[in-house]
Each structure stands twice: as C-alpha cells, then as structure tokens.
Write a protein that binds this ligand. Structure first.
Ligand code: UD1
Length: 433
C-alpha cells in the first residue's frame, strides 16, 4: 500500500488508541495454554495480529471474530506440535508458541521467527529459559525443536541476562503450565508484560511481580477467561508526535503513566502538553517548531525511552533547530528511516548506534520508501505530513499495517490530507463506471 500525502495541514480532534499490538500478540499465544474458550476484546486489526490468528488456526484453534475487535478462541482440532514456517517467518512473536505447545504436548517444533529487521535478533534467552524449565532443545532445519523428558517440565528460577520482552513473556506463558513456582529474575518491565501476567492469573495460574522478579504459580491445567487488551502506548506516542509535527491540537486517549520518559522528552523540547487521567493533549497551534529545543535521548528497556518511538521522534527532531541525538540502546540497527527522512530534506547522520539530527527549517515532499520497520514507516508518514508539497510514501512491504490500525484513516479523520493509493484507483474505477 502506498500513501499520497499533502503536507501542511494541522491535525485537530481526539483519538482513542487501539489495543496494544505487543500485548495482543502474546495474549493470543496464551490461548494455546488452555482447552477452554477464551475471549479477547480490543484486539487491534493489524497484519501481525492476523498472522498470529492464522497461526493459531493452523495449530488447531477455532477463531471466531465477534466484531469490534473481539475474538473467541476455542479448541478446533487436536493441537499440532509443529508450527508452519510461512506464518512464523512473518512475525517474531509467533515464536512464543513454542513454550506453550511444549508444555501442552511434551514436544514442539517452531521455525526461527521473522518480524522487523532490526539487526540480529537471537532467541538465546528464550531457549536458555526453556532449558532451565527442563526442556531438551535441538536446533534443526532452521527451527527449534523442544522436548520435555518424560513429558514433564519442572519449575525453575530463571535469571535473564537482559530484560527481553519476548523471553520474559514466552517463559511466563510456559511456566503457567508447569506445576509449582517459577521465578523470572531481571524480567522485562514493559506494561504489556503485566497485561499478559493479568491474563495468566485469570486463566488460573497466579502470575505477578514481586521484589523485581516475576513469580508464576504454574498449574497442571488452565481454564478459559475473558480479557480486554490494554491501550497501545506506542500508537499514543506516535499520534502525539503527529499532533506536534503538524502544529495541531490533539487529545490522545491513552494511559499517560505508560509514556513517562517519552512525555518528559517532549516537555524538555518545549512541546506544550497537558496530562489527564485518561489521556494527553498536545496543543501546538500557537507554536513554531523553531522555538523547540533539541534533545539527547537513549532508548532503553521500560521504564526508559521506548525504542519503538525512536523513529517517529526523529521525524519531529528533524524540524527542531540545533543538534539532537538519539542513541539506540535496544536494537543494533533501528535506522531504516534515515534514507527516507534525508530524501525529504532532513539532515540525519548515523554514527554506530547513534542518530545525529541537525534541525532544518522545512522538509519538502517527495517519494520515499518504507523498509524493514513499521515504526520507520510511521516516521516517514509524520515527516510527509509536515513537509511542503506532496509526498508518496511507498510501503510495498506493508510495514505500516503491521503496527498501526487504520493509520491513514485515523489521520484523515483528524484533518490530514492522506490517501491510500488503492482508494485512489478504486475512486477512478468508480468514476469510470
Ligand atoms: C518487543 C516488542 C517490540 C519492541 C521490543 C523492545 C513485541 C511483539 N515486540 O520485541 O515492538 O521494540 O520488545 O521494547 O512485543 N535479545 C537477545 N536474545 C534473546 C531475546 C532478545 O539477544 O533471546 C535481544 C534482541 O536482539 C534485542 C533486545 O534483546 O537487541 C531486545 O529484544 P526483546 O526485548 O526481546 O524485544 P522483542 O520481544 O523482540
């Protein structure tokens, strides 16, 4: 899908962010832990979510859409122990079905995962944690085979050398079906992890944080449950940046306390924000971007500045006078946006894991290509919204719909001049008929 954007329109209005992708994908994997039906609400309509749903169906679940982002997931055919490569390769979080399948069936095989290309993304912490739970692991034919000797895993204390989000969730899911208490030390502290822990508790395996660790009381069998996916803090941050870069007035309904270091950064830049219990307003109508201040940011695991907001923040910084720097502290390569931003007139240099941004007075519309990272796609759309003239953001890899639910439609509702090219051709066809 490609987008035609005419820049220069201020965004105005209110937006309620959809359910969090990074929670929904893990909650869907958790459905494999039980043979009773589960219902998830506020599931975002994203390409990655559809891939994860297709994977559940391929593994034997029956997925019933209930409308408005709700899904009932119930047993269909007997669970399969092998995940199909074509689905797993599209999405990294699909790898997290390995532990649940292993705990259910005593054996599972999952090909190595895909997802955003953000430098090397190993699964050593996942595998090490499963081994600590007693799994025997064999890497073969581009995938991981896990076996539980005598069909039994055992509870363990797993100390993660790095607070990986994926590994924390994957191991908590698995531990929920290992009778006894498993402790995860140095776990990820992202709010999406807590959403999953709440769901595991609802399924009957009490899971909580205690003294900086996660404690999961695994059970031999879990029940069904209903759960509402938490709001997406990365979408919230992206819309706040869209409000700021277009010098608009936006109210973004979200959980502000999930956005602390991000909001602090915007405030340090001088972006006028107002926080409410259920949202954040950005009010930039009387502001010139040249009055904003440059910043230095390092992305870090939660509660640090989120890596997923690094690319869209760069779009705003490219219009802020002076030199800003963003050091990427989570992924080795998260700079897929740089070529596109430069084509729009931004001055962005990459030095190792750091982006150095010299603010320019204006950006100019042109054709740019989204590559490898859905957040890079958001960065290019934001920059195009602020650029003079018309831009074409080409998203042939369909990265943007991986992370953003109805992105163009939402921006259009807020006043942006953005059209999906498939809509343009449909309109031409209709006009011709
Ligand atoms: C999740 C999010 C992603 C976000 C990231 C960091 C989902 C579906 N995706 O990704 O949007 O950008 O958290 O907030 O929730 N690592 C290892 N070995 C491992 C696992 C991870 O070295 O076994 C490294 C990774 O290569 C990376 C870092 O740890 O450099 C962070 O990865 P992790 O926290 O696991 O991120 P994801 O779960 O992949």
């Amino acid at each position: 899908m490609n987008y035609r954007i005419r820049g220069g329109r201020a965004l105005r209005g209110e937006v309620t962010v959809p359910g969090a992708k990074n929670s929904a994908l893990h909650l869907l994997a958790a459905s494999l832990l039980t043979d009773e039906p589960i219902t998830l609400r506020n599931v975002p309509d994203l390409r990655d979510v559809r891939t994860q749903l297709a994977l559940l169906e391929a593994l034997g679940k029956r997925v019933e859409p209930l409308g408005e982002g709700a899904y009932r997931i119930a047993p269909g055919s007997p669970l399969a122990s092998e995940a199909p490569g074509e689905l797993v390769q599209k999405l990294r979080a699909s790898f997290h079905v390995l532990g649940p399948l292993l705990a259910r069936l005593g054996e599972a095989y999952v090909p190595l995962p895909g997802g955003d290309v953000l430098g090397p993304r190993p699964v050593d912490l996942h595998v090490g944690g499963l081994q600590a739970l007693g799994a025997v692991i064999e890497v073969r034919e581009g995938g991981v085979c896990a076996r539980a000797p005598a069909q039994k895993l055992r509870p363990a204390t797993i100390s993660l050398p790095y607070p990986s989000v994926g590994a924390t969730v994957h191991l908590a899911l698995t531990a929920a079906l290992v009778p006894g208490t498993t402790l995860i030390e140095n776990p990820a502290r992202e709010p999406e992890v807590d959403d999953v822990l709440a769901f595991l508790s609802a399924l009957g395996a009490p899971a909580r944080r205690r003294e900086g660790r996660i404690e999961v009381q695994g059970q031999p069998k879990l029940r069904g449950a209903e759960h509402r996916v938490m709001p997406d803090r990365i979408c919230a941050g992206t819309y706040l940046l869209a409000g700021a870069i277009t010098r608009g007035e936006l109210m973004v309904r979200c959980r502000p306390w999930h956005l602390r270091p991000f909001l602090d950064t915007l405030q340090a830049m001088g972006v006028p924000l107002q926080e409410f219990a259920d949202g954040v307003a950005v009010r930039c109508e009387d502001l010139t971007l040249t009055s904003l201040r440059p910043v230095r940011v390092e992305t870090q695991p939660y509660p640090g500045f989120p890596t997923d907001l690094h690319p869209p923040l760069t779009a705003l910084l490219s219009l802020v006078p002076g030199e800003s720097r963003i050091r990427e502290g989570v992924f080795e390569d998260r700079f897929a946006y740089a070529a596109g931003l430069r084509a729009l007139g931004a001055r962005v240099r990459i030095r190792g894991r750091e982006a150095i941004i010299e603010g320019v007075p204006r950006l100019y519309g042109t054709e740019v290509k989204v590559e490898r990272d859905n957040r890079a796609g958001a960065a290019l759309v934001l920059a195009a919204l602020a650029a003079e003239g018309e831009s074409r953001v080409c998203d042939e890899e369909e990265q943007i719909p991986r992370g953003y639910h109805r992105f163009a439609e939402t921006l259009r509702d807020l006043g942006a001049d953005i059209v999906e090219e498939s809509l343009i051709s449909t309109r031409h066809r209709e006009e011709g008929e």
